[in-house]
Design a protein around this ligand. Sequence first.
Ligand code: ATP
Length: 258
Amino acid sequence: MSEDETVPADVTHEEEIPEDHPRYQDLLTRHRIETGVEKGITHLQGMHAEGRGSAFDYLLGEETIPSADAAERAAAAHLLLADHPVLSINGNVAALVPGEMVDLADATDADLEINLFNRTDERIAAIADHLREHGATEVKGLEADARIPNLDHQRAKVDADGIYEADVVLVPLEDGDRAEALEAMGKTELVIDLNPLSRSPQVAEVPIVDNIIRAVPNMAAHAQELADAGEGELEGIIEAFDREEALEEAEERIRSGL
Ligand code: ATP
């Protein structure tokens, strides 16, 4: 990357990042994570996760590839068909797409639940406030009155009337242990992760290999477009989606650029 492609060190507002910059999305993402850390929303480790994601996105061409778009449509269909869909929010998700997650929850009648790897009351409160500032009316994850089986105490905490009883859960940027434990509970898991080889997308019913910044608004757009679709049409979209093919296509694009 040439020197003129780095973000100026003194950017304080994301509006200062030039939209015509060739790496605009990456700079925006990085800036939002930095702001998230400053606000106490994102853990410092979130920066490392962001760095890994950024490298994969670079290799993907920083665009939503066709198999990711198909995954996003299938994920929207799952959320619309669910009895109790929940969108899980961690520190990176809250920093990157707070308003977009609220829009997706509105479009699919889903709950928003804060679910943190490094859980502290301060971070939970900061994220809940941040989501409310972006239009959320109800935020779950504060009660933490149930546990995901087979995970250590802190990381197992969920709401009994949220993730614990949900049938479909969107878990973006999730760590592999928790994704596996949720899968073992029989949830239908929809995972957004730029690394197709990571354990989370590997166990997901719908692996979405795309930057969350593009994936979530696209899922909301699909959900809005499918709002009046019947059960048969939604089931058809789900059946037509091939998770193995989607993972293979993403890996192929990353490895070969094709
Ligand atoms: P495992 O699932 O095997 O535990 P990991 O340890 O790499 O993998 P984490 O660091 O817990 O996983 O999660 C971060 C994941 O999120 C990484 O796979 C990274 O590629 C992905 N990621 C980071 N930023 C984004 C983003 N903006 N959009 C989508 N995925 C992202």
